[in-house]
Design a protein around this ligand. Structure first.
Ligand code: PHE
Length: 346
């Protein structure tokens, strides 16, 4: 009897291997394990066997039954996998819709200039070994202020008009510096990352102010990181954006989360020096930055005795404005296609 059972199993294996459809596999299963299945039939004969025989056959047939069930499950999985792959292969989606739209004489989409510049800068930093991190728009007071060395009573809170939620604990992040804290907590030094994104301030809008705008935060922490490193990376960044060496100057700047803190200005000339509105000529304030305050390192779980770091916050919309000599920041957010199309990346 045992030989018979083993025979059934090996012919089952051969048949199973040859199958490629789910239904065939299920039929095969029924033909063996079903009520009238070959294995079931044999086991029916057990009742006529001697007690010793039954004791021997029982465990063997159970084992084989289990193996068959396992093989069937594996096979069904493999078939499903093949089917999915086949479908994917057949229904390969062509995402190059842009060209088809054009063939139809329609206007396709493109990247907003702010995002174009954001991606360009991300690439520069990725090439220098930085990571690119994301952070939530809705933040808590701790990450936006407290952990950045701005306690509740600190007047620096007034520098950033904030959209608070009704619970007075949550807010729309006023800067991407929140990503400093989140990034530090998840890593061990040395590390370096940038964090781009939208930020929000409850401000009256005018040509240079918007209530939502974009920043790109950057941070590098390690042993003996100093201001020289900060300047090197900032100059490298500016060179990549403006395609030439930029003259920069550092002025003292106050931000509670850096010490010392700086405003990094670039020497800037408008393309047309005769232009009356060339008010950006001269030094242009572009990049607030500084050496990370020890309290902030501590809040991020980094030992300030052992490590130091720099941080900066680049205004992306401001950069687009400088780059393309755009006079009014509100143009960037209006969604007017006549404006956007001038920059779209196609
Ligand atoms: N978070 C600051 C702001 O939005 C900018 C900044 C970032 C300054 C990092 C220093 C270091 O005003």
């Amino acid at each position: 009897m045992i030989e018979k059972i083993e025979e059934i199993y090996s012919s089952f294996k051969n048949e199973l291997n040859a199958l490629s459809k789910q239904a065939e596999v299920l039929n095969l299963k029924a033909a063996i394990l079903g009520k009238k299945g070959s294995l079931s039939e044999i086991l029916k004969g057990l009742k006529d066997a001697s007690p010793e025989e039954r004791q021997k056959i029982g465990p063997v047939s159970n084992e084989i039954k289990k193996s068959i069930e396992r093989d069937i499950i594996d096979k069904l999985k493999a078939i499903e996998f093949d089917e999915i792959n086949e479908k994917l292969e057949k229904n390969r989606t062509d995402f190059s819709l842009r060209d088809s739209l054009r063939e139809l004489g329609l206007q396709g989409g493109g990247l907003h200039p702010t995002h174009q510049i954001q991606r360009e800068i991300e690439d520069v930093f990725l090439s220098m070994g930085f990571e690119v991190l994301d952070g939530p728009h809705i933040e808590d007071e701790y990450h936006n202020f407290e952990a950045l060395n701005i306690p509740e009573t600190h007047p620096a809170r007034d520098m950033q008009d904030t959209f608070w939620f009704a619970d007075k604990k949550h807010l729309l992040r006023t800067h991407t510096s929140t990503i400093q804290i989140r990034g530090m907590k998840e890593r061990k030094p040395p590390f370096a990352f940038v964090g781009p994104g939208k930020v929000f301030r409850s401000e009256r809008t005018d040509t240079t102010h918007e209530m939502a705008f974009h920043q790109l935060e950057g941070m590098m922490v390690g042993e003996k990181i100093n201001t020289g490193h900060l300047i090197y990376f900032m100059k490298t960044l500016l060179k990549a954006i403006f395609k030439k060496d930029m003259e920069v100057r550092l002025r003292p700047g106050y931000f509670p989360f850096v010490e010392p803190g700086f405003e990094l200005d670039i020497r800037w000339k408008k393309p047309d020096p005769k232009d009356e509105s060339a008010r950006h000529s001269g030094w242009l304030e572009l990049l607030p930055c500084g050496m990370v305050h020890p309290n902030v390192l501590k809040a991020g779980g980094v030992d300030p005795e052992k490590y130091s770091g720099f941080a900066f916050g680049l205004g992306l919309d401001r950069l687009v404005m400088v780059n393309y000599a755009i006079e009014d920041i509100r143009l960037l957010h209006r969604g007017d296609l006549r404006f956007n199309k001038q920059f779209a990346s196609f």
